[in-house]
Structures are given as structure tokens and as C-alpha cells.
Design a protein around this ligand. Structure first.
Ligand code: ZN
Length: 157
């Protein structure tokens, strides 16, 4: 019970923000996700710091993220090389990311990012699949949360 006792004090995630797929080519993958599955394309962005291109397609209050490595040195590029295209991570939206990370660390969850960092859509942090049943989990802070100001980020749109 101990590992659940601190969890009850904080808010629960408010939604699945996005589910991410690794792809060889965003352009080629739009034939499936945009044209066949009919998800509206919202954005395509280069993220030079992470050496990826990403695209977001809308699905109600959630999104599908496509992640295309732009060189072969990154973890996501190695993932693509070894496992091929497919599911990569799920992203849950939380109200206060720094507070959640503190709670998770206390509860023994292995963090890839020990503090919020700038993501394409807001402050984010990743949790290690070793602590999450083999699934890579990303947390993103809802617009207006404390990490937006701390990282000097402004909501888009
Ligand atoms: Zn993501």
C-alpha cells in the first residue's frame, strides 16, 4: 500500500495528450494516418535539439504524434533500427509536472528526466519503461501550470 499512499494526494492525469509512433518518414506515413485513418494534420516540426522531426494529428481531445529520426545517433533512431516502425510512447497530461516527478521519484519510479524540460507542446518529462511495465511514458504539463513559467514557455495558438 505504501507506494500508493502518496499518489492519492495529487491530481490524476486529465487526458491522454498523445500516443507516439516512430516512423521512417513522416511524409510517407501521412498516407496512413492522415489519408487512410483521416486524422487531421495539425503541425509538422523540426526539433533539432532532439534530432527528430515530429508531426501531430488530432483525435478528439488527444493526438497522434509521428516521430521521424533525422540522424541515426539517437535512442529513437536505434529504436527504429531494431524494432521497426510502430508504437513508441504514451503521453499523459498532468497539472503540475515537477510535483508529479517528485512524487514518482519518492515512490521509486525511474525517471529519464528528473525535471521538466521543454517539449514541442509544453513542459515534458519521460519515465523509464523499466518502471512502467515496458512502456515508455511521457508526462506533459497542462497549459498554465507552474513549469510553463519556470521554463519561460508560452502556450501556442
Ligand atoms: Zn511525445
Amino acid at each position: 500500500m505504501g507506494s500508493y499512499s502518496t499518489s492519492a494526494r495529487l491530481g490524476v492525469p486529465s487526458r491522454i495528450h498523445h500516443v507516439a509512433m516512430v516512423v521512417q518518414s513522416i511524409e510517407a506515413s501521412l498516407g496512413l494516418y492522415r489519408d487512410m485513418l483521416r486524422l487531421p494534420l495539425e503541425t509538422v516540426l523540426d526539433i533539432p535539439a532532439d534530432r527528430v522531426r515530429i508531426a501531430f494529428l488530432g483525435v478528439g481531445e488527444s493526438k497522434v504524434e509521428l516521430v521521424e529520426p533525422t540522424d541515426d545517433t539517437t535512442g529513437v533512431a536505434r529504436f527504429l533500427a531494431s524494432k521497426g516502425e510502430g508504437f513508441h510512447h504514451v503521453c499523459l497530461e498532468v497539472a503540475d509536472l515537477a510535483e508529479e516527478l517528485t512524487r514518482l521519484a519518492i515512490d521509486g519510479v525511474e525517471l529519464i528526466d528528473s525535471a521538466p524540460r521543454r517539449g514541442a507542446e509544453g513542459p515534458v518529462a519521460f519515465l523509464h519503461p523499466r518502471s512502467c511495465g515496458g512502456v515508455l511514458v511521457e508526462l506533459i504539463e497542462a497549459p498554465g501550470g507552474p513549469s510553463w513559467a519556470a521554463l519561460k514557455m508560452a502556450p501556442r495558438g
